[in-house]
Design a protein around this ligand. Structure first.
Ligand SMILES: [Zn+2]
Length: 387
């Protein structure tokens, strides 16, 4: 259905402005056929949060962890009681809603959430490493790359879906953006340096693009001591993202948060839960910002996922990787919301979904055919599109 209009579209792309033939697109809901939708074309916002387990997404607080000081790493009983009161609940449904209220009251009921293994809908990582860089490059390129075996900031010769979308849609430098808390997101999201606007790690935004607020965020990021020196506070990444969305209104956006993984590696289950709640509020504020802007309202697909799971074992939730002790690291989840995304809620598709399917899903939402980019990559997630 997307094939022919898409190819025509790519061939006639001019100077960053494109008349996307959305009216011919089967996934467009009737109410979205407004003038701005046809003039601008759809946007995609991909958000990742590092190592957020399916256990917490689908079940909220894991009492196997929180109930044991040894497992949770929480020294003071009062802190365990605090997070239990805030995010606990007698049922998984009430706990997960307390932990991630926006996710469970807005994203899931109005979109699709994949990855609940207990319902037969598990989503898997297909790279063998089950840590960050291999996961992100699988998400961004649509296939595992088995030579990516470290988190060193290496630029690999594997183009991302973002690079393909920039070329295919004729987008400009600030129409495609990566914002992330760790420097590795620059090299992982593009095989070519400085192809599009990127602000990662402790970088400042280039002076020619920086607003007053971007400059300020670039300064105060050094005043906030993050848990690990490799990454800045996600609050800076969130603030930069808001400012960049408002200033440049990019079409293809990747926002990468990381503090879940930091607190987990530190074995601080209380702070890991606190952070998940903050992350949910980032999603809430970002989605409300998008819906408040003509460029994005009812014209934007939001994809939220994670690079890897963590150990299922209540002692091993801290770590992740290929070892048997960390079984569970291969289990992830993917949430998708936007116009044309059927309101399926928690969903277990007949066909298995993997981490490699995110990139083609984003391309399809943008009106591009992944097979023209890389026929080996994972296909679009069918559940995210109306039949
Ligand atoms: Zn990690």
């Amino acid at each position: 259905m997307f094939h022919e209009p898409t190819r025509r579209l790519v061939q006639t792309a001019v100077a960053g402005i494109l008349a996307v033939p959305l009216a011919s697109c089967g996934s467009l809901p009737p109410h979205a056929s407004s003038a701005h939708a046809t003039a601008r074309g759809r946007s995609v916002i991909l958000i990742t949060v590092d190592g957020l387990r399916a256990e917490e997404v689908f079940g909220g607080v894991d009492e196997r962890v929180l109930g044991s000081a040894e497992n949770s790493g929480i020294e003071y009983e009062s802190e365990s009681e605090r997070v239990r009161a805030a995010f606990g609940g007698s049922e998984p449904e009430s706990s997960r809603s307390a932990l991630m209220p926006f996710f469970w009251t807005e994203i899931v009921p109005n979109g699709v959430l994949l990855g609940n293994e207990s319902r037969g809908g598990g989503v898997r990582v297909t790279n063998r490493e089950l840590f960050s860089a291999p996961g992100y490059i699988e998400i961004l390129t649509g296939e595992p790359h088995h030579d990516v075996v470290s988190n060193d900031p290496i630029r690999y010769p594997y183009p991302s879906f973002m690079e393909y979308a920039k070329a295919g849609l004729g987008l400009g430098y600030t129409d495609v953006v990566t914002v992330g808390s760790w420097e590795g997101f620059a090299t992982l999201s593009s095989s070519q340096p400085d192809l599009f606007l990127t602000n990662v790690g402790f970088e400042a935004v280039k002076p020619e693009y920086a607003t007053e607020r971007m400059r300020w965020l670039g300064e105060i990021q050094h005043d906030i001591i993050s848990l690990w020196p490799e990454g800045r506070s996600d609050a800076i990444t969130f603030g930069m993202s808001v400012e960049i969305l408002q200033e440049f209104k990019p079409r293809v956006v990747y926002i990468a948060f990381g503090e879940t993984d930091d607190w987990a590696h530190q074995r601080r289950y209380d702070r890991y839960l606190d952070y998940i709640h903050v992350f949910d509020s980032y999603l809430n504020r970002l989605w409300n910002l998008l819906q408040s802007m003509d460029e994005y309202r009812d014209n934007t697909m939001l994809i939220v996922t994670t690079d890897h799971g963590r150990g299922h074992d209540p002692k091993e939730w801290v770590e992740h990787g290929a070892g048997a002790a960390y079984a569970g690291s291969e289990a992830i989840w993917i949430a998708i919301l936007g116009p044309g995304v059927p309101a399926r809620g928690e969903f277990a598709p007949a066909q298995a979904v993997t981490q490699s399917d995110v990139a083609a899903t984003a391309l399809k939402a943008l009106g591009l055919d992944y097979r023209d980019f890389n026929p080996r990559m994972g296909p679009p997630i069918a559940a995210a599109f109306a039949e």
